[in-house]
Ligand binder design. Structure first.
Ligand SMILES: C[S@@+](CC[C@H](N)C(=O)[O-])C[C@H]1O[C@@H](n2cnc3c(N)ncnc32)[C@H](O)[C@@H]1O
Length: 442
């Protein structure tokens, strides 16, 4: 019922903004109804136009700022507002972090029962050109000049028409027009829904998802894309297992480096890697500081991916670090990464941590310390197993969702853990996402 579409009023309306929603839209109340206004800040007097009208709320977007907030900044990207990638460019970067901290504290409070804890200064990095991996959408729209490549629009499923993106590393951003020109000339421009790109220490790696086979004559175009841009080209005709290098090319395995620890981590196209390299390195340092690895410690690293935390922790002197991850391919990479970095005190296992948590008990000596870094959905099942069965003394929880982090923090508190320290990690500046790291003790 709440979703029934209503007539959208035309023209501009004025409003005073009272607060911010959890996704950082300005909140105002008009005619007894909550309105969420994209691009508006608390205290501001703004003009807006309506985008959506529902029975219980409406949505709009700022068209003019009459009285600006002192925290307002000028968006630096011409696509800000219509592109769905960024939502906070109208807020100064330092205030964005304060807002993310406030949001975290509010969410933690809503789960109650938490003793006072220390909020440490945020972990920050550069606020532009930071993104080293991205999934770009593609769509063939002859009316708009051919193949569009970029992020989705904010209020539609269409692809934003864009020439570049200042959030991406420049070497990835620079590829966008080349993708448009070259892939748009293949025989199947309407069968290319997505291009995944990584810009890392040993080059740029692109995986082109295609829903029907490329024609033989397309191969020359794809090879020219690689030659002209210097990027390594991979094709993905089906699921992630089907990713393979373009015929007659032999690209190296991509890797990134953790400079301060002299660690090199290899991965495969399609694997998860932390998007912000500089912030990732600081995050790992903080995780190690929170864990304080000692000679006798067995430490479990849950949701370990390719060993991003496992290998640095193992190098810092723990007796053994056990990495657990659902993807068998990433577990294999993590094992290879241990060998390549001459790290011997690691073991890795593939387990689904939503269904197979009881199998953790078969993995050897129980850990004194645990790190977990789950996907956005959090780690409810694992957290219950930690609190009811494993009972490690120290838990370091890295999260990309303040909502599920707060929910799981509430659960840990009910099971006797205390949140000691927490820190916001600015992994994704200008977006509404916030990364968090928290230290829990029994
Ligand atoms: C946020 S990433 C973190 C990866 C790694 N810690 C890193 O820093 O690169 C989450 C990881 O959890 C894995 N994952 C997702 N669902 C899982 C599940 N049900 N059980 C175990 N691992 C899972 C993903 O494959 C991914 O590698």
């Amino acid at each position: 019922m709440g979703k029934k579409k209503r007539r959208i009023p035309e023209g501009e309306f004025e409003a005073r903004i009272e607060g911010l929603s959890h996704d950082f839209k300005g909140i105002t109340r008009l005619d007894g109804k909550v309105h969420f206004i994209f691009g508006a800040l608390p205290g501001e007097l703004i003009k807006f136009k309506y985008l959506k009208v529902r029975s219980r709320f409406s949505e709009g977007i700022v068209t003019e700022v009459v009285e600006p907030s002192p925290y307002r900044a000028t968006p630096f990207c011409p696509y800000f507002g219509s592109c769905g990638g960024c939502s906070l460019q109208h807020i100064s970067p330092s205030h964005q972090i304060q807002l993310k901290e406030q949001m975290l504290l509010e969410q933690l409070q809503s789960f109650g029962g938490l003793a006072p804890f220390e909020l440490l200064p945020p972990i920050v990095g550069p606020d532009r050109g930071y993104r080293r991996s991205a999934r770009l959408g593609a769509r063939f729209v002859p009316k708009k000049g051919g193949l569009l490549v970029g992020f989705r629009e904010r209020y539609s499923h269409y692809i934003q028409e864009m020439e570049s993106c200042p959030i991406l590393r420049p070497e990835i951003s620079g590829l966008i027009p080349r993708f448009r020109q070259i892939l748009g000339r293949t025989s199947i421009p309407d069968e290319i829904p997505q291009i995944e790109v990584y810009g890392v220490e040993n080059g740029v790696f692109c995986t082109i998802r295609h829903l029907s086979p490329f024609a033989q004559e397309d191969m020359e175009l794809l090879r020219s894309l690689g030659k002209e841009t210097g990027a390594y080209i991979f094709l993905q005709p089906k699921g992630p297992d089907s990713i393979h290098p373009l015929a007659n090319t032999s690209p190296p395995a991509p890797y990134y480096e953790l400079d301060t620890m002299s660690i090199r981590l290899h991965f495969a196209p399609g694997d998860f890697i932390q998007v912000n390299g500089m912030v990732n390195e600081k995050l790992i340092q903080c995780a190690i500081e929170f864990l304080g690895p000692l000679q006798d410690d067995t430490i479990f690293d849950f949701f370990c991916g390719i060993g991003n935390f496992t290998i640095p922790i193992a190098k810092c002197g723990a007796k053994e670090v056990v990495g657990i991850e659902v993807s068998e391919a990433m577990v294999k990479k993590a094992i290879q990464n241990s060998t390549l970095n001459c790290v011997q005190n690691t073991r890795f296992f593939s387990l689904d941590l939503t269904t197979d948590v009881q199998e953790i008990l078969q993995l050897g000596p129980r850990p004194q310390k645990v790190l977990l870094d789950p996907p956005r959905s959090g780690a409810k099942e694992l957290v219950i197993c930690l609190g009811e069965t494993l009972r490690p003394k120290t838990i370091v929880y890295v999260s990309c969702s303040t909502a599920t982090f707060s929910r799981d923090a509430g659960l840990l508190t009910q099971m006797g853990y205390t949140l000691k320290k927490v820190r916001v990690v600015d992994m994704f500046p200008h977006t509404s996402h916030a990364e968090t790291i928290g230290l829990f003790r029994l």
